[in-house]
Design a protein around this ligand. Structure first.
Ligand code: ADP
Ligand code: MG
Length: 274
């Protein structure tokens, strides 16, 4: 998809380090996300994928380097500015929890009621339109207890896009889905990206689904960016780490052991001192 040359990338990380307190999870991260792209951020469990997402939304600040969203440095925006930027982002969290006391329609309407002064007619139109996009228009009246897990994921997706964000961040959108729902969700992410001409960043460890729909894939591991490229470039990579990750092989450079952190060392020292 082409972008006007003067349009800043939707998201950039420039030599970024991210972590918690004195613990650095990832460093030297460089990445760019453009409008119209589906980008996969992949890596094993605990490699720092959710941490990347928190950096992109400004929930945590870079320990080093610069993160920009819509051309603005997240470390320099005011609280008000950050709120305005976040309104341009839709986030589908790992536990995309729906409000169980609201029906499907009201769940999707929720962000509109929070952030806009849309009339009831407009709300109805927008919500039914987004439910239609995920194939659930006729499920609008159902209670959350009446829908399946795969349907709930699609309702959460409709809710994430109802404000028509320019950037949608998905944290493990395929987790816990059966193979059919998984394929449907992947195709939905692609079609919504094309339809809204937004950018989608998917944080996931599901290789086949990501490779099917992504324009570009980044792989994190061992505290850094291990690989970056189109799905076909990565599939042809001879790097042993990339190969092990993509093929899910048990033996290779990916460590089985959770890494030792300063917090662990402190905890262990305290235990031993008892
Ligand atoms: N709020 C937090 N405070 C301290 N450490 C955290 C926090 N969240 C995650 N971590 C640590 O950061 C590392 C990366 O976690 P995370 O980004 O959740 O990984 P992933 O999403 O790839 O499974 C892990 O070692 C995890 O324990
Ligand atoms: Mg995670």
């Amino acid at each position: 998809m082409s972008t006007a040359p003067d349009t800043p990338p939707v998201l950039t990380f420039s030599n970024v380090a991210l972590g918690y307190g004195d613990f650095t999870v990832l460093s030297q991260i460089n990445l760019t996300v453009q409008r119209g792209q589906v980008v996969g951020m992949m890596g094993g469990s605990g490699s720092g994928k959710t941490t990347l997402l928190r950096g992109a939304t400004g929930q945590i600040l870079a320990q080093q380097g610069t993160i920009t969203a819509f051309g603005q440095n997240l470390a320099e925006v005011t609280t008000e500015g950050l709120r305005a930027l976040r309104q341009r982002m839709g986030v589908l969290f790992q536990q995309g929890a729906l409000f169980t006391d609201l029906n499907v329609f009201e769940n999707v309407a929720f962000p509109l009621r929070e952030h806009t002064r849309d009339t009831e007619n407009i709300v109805t139109e927008k919500v039914l339109d987004k439910l239609d996009a995920v194939g659930l228009r006729a499920a609008a009246h159902l209670n959350i207890s009446e829908i399946s897990g795969g349907m709930a994921r699609r309702v959460a997706l409709a809710r994430a896009i109802v404000l028509e964000p320019e950037l949608i961040l998905y944290d493990e959108p395929f987790a816990g889905l059966d193979p059919i729902s998984l394929g449907i969700t992947a195709q939905l992410i692609r079609s919504l990206t094309d339809r809204l001409n937004c950018a989608s960043v998917m944080i996931t460890h599901d290789v086949p689904e990501t490779f099917e729909i992504a324009d570009h894939v980044y792989v994190v591991g061992q505290g850094k960016l291990m690989a970056s490229g189109s799905p076909s470039e990565l599939a042809n990579s001879t790097d042993p780490y990339v190969h092990q990750f993509l093929n899910g092989e048990p033996d290779g450079p990916i460590a089985f052991h959770y890494p030792v952190t300063p917090a662990f060392s402190t905890w262990l020292d305290q235990r031993k001192a008892k």
